[in-house]
Design a protein around this ligand. Structure first.
Ligand code: ADP
Length: 159
């Protein structure tokens, strides 16, 4: 069984992430979307909230599992029996960072490979930080995020 991990902050998950995830689920037998717990970064959503809205957003995709992890991605991948990491590429600007990250990971563990996927052009510009900015300034984010994220953020108090 070919298992892939799609790691990231997903703060919050966007339609761009979801598109990458769907493509991954077509290619691999199972994809684990894994929210990285980063103790240094204070999140917009807590890790638990992110996991909850991701679960609701992917409930119709059979071979996707949602989880969170702490520490090195490669260690988490080994623990889950995965040999592939999925990362998304939007623009050349992503490429440098992503290339470095994938090379660091393969230097740490040569049997874990990174594959890069791209989204449909209409989702390409979407990032979690853009969404936060639009939301904080009372803009409409409904086009950019899965419905459960939209519903969750609607209930939030913007102070
Ligand atoms: P990280 O903090 O690890 O970069 P993100 O949640 O921002 O986590 O992103 C996770 C992955 O999804 C990254 O590989 C990122 O490049 C990719 N990604 C994010 N948004 C998009 C998008 N709109 N199209 C394609 N890939 C994307």
């Amino acid at each position: 069984m070919k298992i892939a991990i799609y790691p990231g902050s997903f703060d919050p998950i966007t339609k761009g992430h979801l598109d990458i995830l769907k493509t991954g689920a077509e290619i691999f037998d199972k994809v684990i979307i894994a929210v990285a717990k980063n103790s240094e970064k204070k999140g917009f959503l807590t890790v638990e909230e992110r996991v909850k809205v991701i679960k609701e957003s992917v409930k119709d995709i059979e071979n996707v599992e949602v989880d969170s992890f702490e520490g090195l991605t490669i260690e988490y991948a080994k623990k889950r029996g995965a040999k592939v990491l999925i990362r998304g590429l939007r623009a050349v600007s992503d490429f440098e960072y992503e290339l470095q990250l994938s090379q660091a990971n393969s230097a740490l563990s040569s049997d874990i490979k990174t594959v890069f996927l791209t989204t449909k052009p209409k989702y390409n510009f979407i990032s979690s930080s853009t969404i936060k900015e639009i939301y904080i300034n009372h803009g409409d984010i409904s086009k950019f995020v899965p419905e459960p994220v939209y519903e969750f953020l609607k209930t939030r108090n913007l102070s």
